[in-house]
Design a protein around this ligand. Structure first.
Ligand code: IVH
Length: 678
């Protein structure tokens, strides 16, 4: 080998060791991993391969030569009677075939080997020591030889007996996994969110945090659970012959073992177990990241022995990672049907949870800021089941020098209209309205809806077809529709087409509030439309109004005034309005209200029945805005009863007491600040 190649390998080995040491520190000491397990596994695998190819580079301080993690200074140290081992990983089925081949080769057998197959829990390994059947100590794995004394905390786990049932050895270390079930994890995070605290990244982290509490009372509240799967030091009494019998003995002592455990035959049995558990993974109440195969006969285990930190008789077959690292290539903005701009992350394609991921939604600009994202960043992608991939966070420590910050575009990527983002609002929107192809269908649906122009038969499906066939783009085009092309559409025919045309014709006679509402101006709902119509009286007066004059309308603040101003300032909107008026849209117009604010001071109104032009709540709000009081029941002090369709006892009572009863045109008068005679 050339010296240049050897130097490159040595440099890479040193680099990998440094990275792994840093990740070990973050993961084991700080409980705050910087990279997903899959990335750590990848680095470890690369280091192992390099060390195998260059044995001269092997050294005792390599992370491959020891189990990692240093004891937390706040806990006492515990020396394990027998070291706590780790496991080698298998990723592909062929890795398992290889493992089984090596096992049979070393055991010198052609026959199928019996394996004990168990779920690989994603928690924390602990060793619990019992002396003459009494719980004396619990320790974390630490570096495999020396761990941390977490006796007080582990004692709080209810699943762990303080005294073993039946005859017990003089001393025994029992190893298992402490974990947090999903339900407890979700509860904990809900509480943390309510308290404004930092959320836990995953159940493993939450369990680690709980176990490392200095106050056992806090640990006790965290609903930790445990499954036992191995023994360490064993003094006195006969040891079981197989892993299966070991687990049965644990159960007999009152220790929890995983009920999904199975004894399987040969590599075929292992793989069948793996795939069937993988398919049911989502139904388990706790997180697993793979399965573990263990040679069942313990005499065989002993014969096989171990290599540095891991036994030769067991292997962890990992599930495909559901988190992975990749590069954020770009952020593009999609325009939704209501005009909201949603940033979408374009990613360097990466395999996550068995599928290739190239995009992830980012929700809004606040999230981009919160996650401190730049284009070029290394990011963590997570995918759980079928859900949309999520960009979990960036790794700013890996940010390349040229990383670009992400800006909200000034112009809509679909129509080029201005993009607006109101103060205090997370969403940014295209101001294009009808002009924007992305918003067209939604704007048309709103225009035709029951509480707007109420065009019967002009439903979502019909609008979709009309837009997709470019037969309409704006509401003005609706009134140019002709019978034949309409009748030729899917699910239409002559009769339906004629009905739709008749409904369009009927919709031309409307009210000013309905028309204003139908235009879909941002934040101009029914109540605001009613207030505007009442204040200005005529459409001409409204369109001529300055922003300052619009601000005089009760309940119209600067935001709505700005929306109205922007809408009427756009020539494209004017063209649509002119065409609608030319098509014959019309409404009764009244004189403008002389004074709106306080116009109904001291007037008590009772609303009853169903109103056609707005809901009772909207009418109530608009009346209150003018100073009126709303009455819950009709009495002598009631000034007006506004009765909609199907009004009942209140209407009857009003008639009995001789209180003026108004219909909807009377309500419109009230909303103009007038005091109609009954
Ligand atoms: S056996 C001698 N069985 O995985 C072998 N480990 O990556 C000792 N783990 O440190 C481990 N479920 O924390 C074993 N059913 C299982 C396991 C399991 C989870 C963890 C354990 C171990 C790590 C190795």
């Amino acid at each position: 080998m050339s010296t240049a190649a050897a130097r490159a390998a040595a440099a890479r080995v040193a680099g990998l060791r440094e990275q792994l040491a840093r990740h070990d520190h973050r993961y084991y000491v700080l409980d705050d991993p910087e990279v997903p397990d899959s990335e750590y596994d990848r680095l470890m695998r690369e280091l192992r391969e390099l060390e195998a190819a260059h044995p001269e580079l092997l050294s005792a301080d390599s992370p491959t030569q020891r189990v990692s993690g240093a004891p937390n200074a706040e806990f006492d140290e515990v020396r394990h009677g027998v070291p706590m081992l780790s496991l080698d990983n298998a990723f592909a089925d062929t890795d398992v075939v290889e493992f089984d081949r090596r096992v049979r080769e070393r055991l010198g057998t052609e026959a199928e080997v019996e394996y004990c197959a168990e779920p690989k829990l994603d928690g924390l390994a602990v060793s619990v020591r019992y002396e003459r059947g009494v719980y004396v100590r619990a320790a974390t794995r630490g570096d495999g030889t020396v761990g941390e004394d977490v006796s007080a905390n582990v004692r709080t786990i209810r699943a762990i007996p303080l005294r073993l049932t039946g005859a017990a050895p003089e001393a025994i270390e029992i190893r298992g996994e402490v974990y947090m079930p999903f339900a407890a994890f979700r509860r904990l995070n809900t509480e943390a969110a309510a308290a404004g605290e930092k959320l836990f990244v995953n159940p493993r982290n939450a369990a680690a945090g709980a176990l490392r509490q200095l106050d056992p009372a806090v640990t006790a509240k965290r609903s930790l659970a445990v499954y036992f799967y191995a023994s360490g030091e064993w003094r006195g009494g006969a040891e079981p012959d197989t892993q299966q019998e070991l687990l049965a003995q644990f159960n007999a002592w009152g220790l929890r073992t995983n009920p999904e455990t199975r004894v399987v035959a040969g590599v075929a049995g292992c793989l069948e177990y793996y795939h069937s558990l993988a398919a049911r993974r989502e139904t388990l109440k706790y997180q697993i990241d793979g399965v573990v195969y263990k040679v069942n006969r313990r005499a065989d285990q002993e014969a096989l022995g171990q290599v540095s930190r891991a036994p030769r008789w067991a292997v962890a077959h990992k599930f495909p990672a559901d988190e992975a690292l990749t590069t954020l290539r770009d952020v593009e903005f999609q325009v939704g049907r209501t005009g909201v701009l949603t940033p979408v992350a374009r990613l360097e394609p990466v395999m996550v949870g068995g599928a290739t991921v190239t995009n992830a939604t980012l929700h809004n600009m606040d999230e981009i800021e919160r996650k401190d994202l730049r284009i070029g960043d290394t990011v963590v992608i997570r995918r759980a089941g079928d859900v949309i991939p999520e960009l979990v966070r960036s790794l700013p420590e890996r940010r390349p020098p040229g990383a670009r910050s992400i800006e909200l575009p000034a112009a809509c990527p679909v129509c080029g209209s201005a993009v607006v983002r109101e103060e205090g609002e997370a969403a940014a929107r295209c101001s294009g309205g009808f002009v924007c192809a992305a918003q067209r269908k939604e704007a048309l649906r709103h225009f035709a809806s029951r509480r707007a122009l109420d065009i019967e038969g002009m439903g979502e499906k019909l609008i979709d077809q009309l837009v997709e066939r470019a037969m309409i783009a704006t509401p003005a085009d609706l009134y140019d529709l002709k019978l034949e092309p309409l009748a030729a559409l899917d699910r239409m025919g002559e009769k339906s087409a004629a009905n739709v045309l008749a409904a369009l014709e009927r919709s031309k006679r409307t009210t000013l509030p309905r028309f204003l509402h139908a235009l879909g101006i941002r934040d101009v709902g029914e109540a605001t439309a009613a207030a505007l119509a009442a204040h200005f009286g005529t459409f001409a007066a409204l369109r001529a109004a300055s922003p300052g004059q619009i601000l005089e309308v009760q309940d119209v603040g600067p935001v709505i005034a700005a929306h109205l101003h922007a809408f009427f300032a756009a020539p494209a909107n004017w063209e649509i309005i002119e065409r609608l008026l030319a098509a014959g849209l019309n409404w009764p117009e009244g004189p403008p209200a002389v004074r709106a604010v306080g116009a109904l001071d001291g007037v008590t109104v009772v609303l009853t029945g169903t109103l056609a032009s707005m809901t009772r709540e909207q009418a109530g709000a608009a009346l209150q805005a003018l100073g009126a009081k709303l009455g819950a029941s009709v009495s002598k002090r009631t000034d007006y009863v506004v009765a909609g369709a199907e009004a009942g006892s209140k209407l009857k009572r009003a008639v009995e007491l001789g209180i003026p009863v108004l219909d909807e045109s009377g309500l419109e008068q009230l909303l103009r600040g007038e005091r109609p005679a009954a």
